[in-house]
Write a protein that binds this ligand. Structure first.
Ligand SMILES: *[C@@H]1O[C@H](CO)[C@@H](O)[C@H](O)[C@H]1NC(C)=O
Ligand SMILES: *[C@@H]1O[C@H](CO)[C@@H](O)[C@H](O)[C@H]1NC(C)=O
Ligand SMILES: *[C@@H]1O[C@H](CO)[C@@H](O)[C@H](O)[C@H]1NC(C)=O
Ligand SMILES: *[C@@H]1O[C@H](CO)[C@@H](O)[C@H](O)[C@H]1NC(C)=O
Ligand SMILES: *[C@@H]1O[C@H](CO)[C@@H](O)[C@H](O)[C@H]1NC(C)=O
Ligand SMILES: *[C@@H]1O[C@H](CO)[C@@H](O)[C@H](O)[C@H]1NC(C)=O
Ligand SMILES: *[C@@H]1O[C@H](CO)[C@@H](O)[C@H](O)[C@H]1NC(C)=O
Ligand SMILES: *[C@@H]1O[C@H](CO)[C@@H](O)[C@H](O)[C@H]1NC(C)=O
Length: 434
């Protein structure tokens, strides 16, 4: 195989110098305005992954009764076999290029963050041909990527029925994820990501827009809404975490909490106590696991598979899907995605051990809708608790689905997006005619 050099080419001298020397494993130019992007990953990194996968060494197979130690070894062997014998990256890459209209650009993370560098971004952008379309920013989470927006694109941009609301959909890759290059300096966390995405929306000539996000996107959207009331009209979150206060805990220990209050506390504790080791590692010493994960594609696939498996209700992740999702991190190396958690601590949202410290998450004055799904790690938030974090006007507690709503139950999420943002009285989208 020929050696192919992939470098970020400089569109203009205005880009930060440090980027000019950054080698990427895919072809890309990050200029100062949106330019079409076609995914073309260096075949050598795909071949390297394949080689490493073929050489995978397995842990001993303790007969654990459930997933309490992590994904079983038989999953690792079957994913390895599929990867070695059947997985076809070129097919995946073709599919991504045909399903997503993708672009690159460069923005900055100002004014409300401490990050000084320019920020190269990869993003999906599907415009509706409807004149009343609402610009909607979709923000992915961990361990997902821009791929999470796929099922929403067609129904939101080109609804089958003219009475349904239409949207222009923008789905950026958080820097360090997918094909937005990793920040090369510290201080790029949810707050800086939010500043970048707000600047992206303005660069796309969307001075007013709405946001949908879960997981990391569910934190980023809170910073954005709070910092940019002039731009963010309303927010639909499928991950609206709130911190119970000391009175709530006193009531909990006295057995005085409602069913919903008790459920939120106990289910989240259960997850935190049993399944959140990844988070503490990422938010404390991301480089400590960075080396091994950057080197082992199967190790990384199994690392994210645990969370993916535990937080869906009825969804079977195929080996192919798991491999593609892991490659969205592994191609540029998963360390940057890990350290976004460390930056989240710096932005004061994941500190204090077991429960998030939402005292430092800003209050959102714009209308907020929350959508919750049973297999998620946070479910049944009482409305009065939810309202401590913002002006929550809609609370949907679904009976089906989990953490990856756009993947497992896209129809429910689409319905929530339509009913909230399609109602101008509720979500302040009257300027688009709703
Ligand atoms: C929008 O595009 C779709 C096909 O992509 C077409 O069916 C529809 O008629 C178009 N609508 C308008 C209002 O142009
Ligand atoms: C609705 O959005 C406009 C434009 O950003 C803003 O001026 C207004 O205060 C918002 N209204 C509410 C109720 O949030
Ligand atoms: C906790 O929140 C409840 C309801 O919002 C409030 O009545 C109570 O005073 C709060 N407790 C503390 C310690 O802030
Ligand atoms: C719990 O409820 C009981 C009965 O209403 C009440 O006497 C007690 O003060 C409550 N305790 C707390 C901590 O809320
Ligand atoms: C989880 O940890 C918390 C705090 O350390 C503890 O109080 C609680 O009993 C544990 N709950 C479960 C369900 O394991
Ligand atoms: C992992 O194994 C379980 C059965 O234990 C199976 O249901 C699941 O599909 C497997 N996952 C993958 C990605 O092979
Ligand atoms: C939450 O963070 C704030 C500011 O960072 C801090 O003052 C407060 O003590 C923290 N709350 C808890 C419960 O530790
Ligand atoms: C929009 O929301 C308002 C406020 O909740 C409600 O009164 C109204 O019926 C809704 N409109 C539609 C068309 O659903």
């Amino acid at each position: 195989m020929s050696v192919i050099k992939h470098y970020v080419s400089l569109a203009t001298a205005l880009l930060a110098v440090s980027r000019s020397t950054l080698a990427l494993e895919w072809d890309a130019t990050y200029g100062n305005s949106p330019a079409l992007f076609k995914l073309a990953v260096n075949p050598e990194i795909i071949a390297l992954a394949h080689q490493k996968v073929a050489l995978t060494r397995y842990p001993i197979d303790v007969k654990q009764p459930d997933w309490s130690d992590g994904p079983p070894v038989h999953n690792a062997t079957s994913v390895r076999d599929y990867w070695v014998k059947e997985y076809d990256w070129s097919n995946t890459q073709r599919r991504i290029n045909s399903r997503f209209n993708m672009f690159t650009t460069t923005v900055d993370a100002k004014p409300f963050s401490e990050y000084e560098e320019r920020v190269p971004l990869h993003f999906v952008h599907h415009r509706s041909n409807r004149s009343d379309a609402i610009p909607l920013l979709f923000i992915h989470g961990w361990p997902g990527s821009f791929l999470e927006v796929e099922n929403l694109l067609e129904p939101l941009t080109n609804p089958s029925d003219a009475s349904l609301p239409a949207f222009h959909v923008v789905a950026p890759s958080i820097p360090g994820f997918g094909f937005s290059p990793a920040p090369t300096n510290p201080l790029f966390g949810p707050r800086a990501a939010g500043e970048s995405f707000n600047n992206l929306m303005h660069q796309l000539n969307y001075p007013h827009y709405v946001i949908q996000g879960g997981d990391l996107g569910g934190f980023i959207n809170r910073f954005m809404a709070s910092s940019h009331p002039e731009s963010v009209l309303s927010v639909l979150s499928n991950f609206w975490l709130v911190q119970p206060n000391s009175t709530d805990f006193a009531r909990y220990y006295a057995g005085n909490t409602t069913d919903d209050e008790r459920y939120v506390i106990e289910e989240f504790w259960n997850f935190e106590n049993k399944s959140s080791g990844y988070r503490f590692e990422q938010q404390t010493s991301p480089l400590q696991i960075g080396y091994a994960m950057t080197d082992s594609p199967i190790g990384f696939a199994m690392y994210i598979y645990e969370f993916m498996f535990l937080t869906v209700q009825n969804y079977i992740w195929s080996a192919k899907e798991l491999i593609t999702w892991s490659l969205m991190y592994w191609i540029q190396g998963p360390y940057a995605g890990f350290r976004f958690y460390k930056e989240s601590v710096n932005d004061h949202i994941l500190e204090d051990g077991l429960l998030i410290n939402s005292t430092t998450l800003p209050y959102i004055h714009q209308p907020v809708a929350i959508s919750e799904f049973p297999a998620d790690i946070w479910y049944r938030t009482p409305l009065d608790w939810a309202q401590r974090g913002g002006n929550v006007v809609v609370r949907k507690v679904h009976e089906k689905g989990g953490h990856f709503a756009s993947v497992e139950t896209p129809d429910l999420l689409i319905e929530d997006i339509r009913s909230f943002f399609g109602n101008g009285t509720l979500s302040n989208t009257t300027m688009f005619g709703y």
